[in-house]
Design a protein. Structure first.
Length: 68
């Protein structure tokens, strides 16, 4: 069994000053912004990620372009 991957950057400030927290598995602390956070694996997606160029989301027509 291999070790778990560690985060490289704080999700809040982007700094690299991270250390494992004493709060338990998956908990990390950032020394730069003084925040604590937890990482966890939620599971696999049922359909997976679609990378099919034919399948594109419908465009959002609710926002209009500014007049020129």
């Amino acid at each position: 069994m291999s070790e778990r991957a560690a985060p490289y950057y704080c999700p809040y400030c982007g700094d690299e000053d991270l250390r494992p927290s004493e709060e338990g598995h998956g908990a990390w602390e950032c020394g730069a912004c003084n925040r604590a956070f937890r990482l966890s694996f939620l599971g696999l997606l049922a359909a997976g990620l679609r990378r099919d160029p034919e399948h594109r989301p419908e465009p959002d027509h609710t926002q209009r372009e500014a007049p020129r």
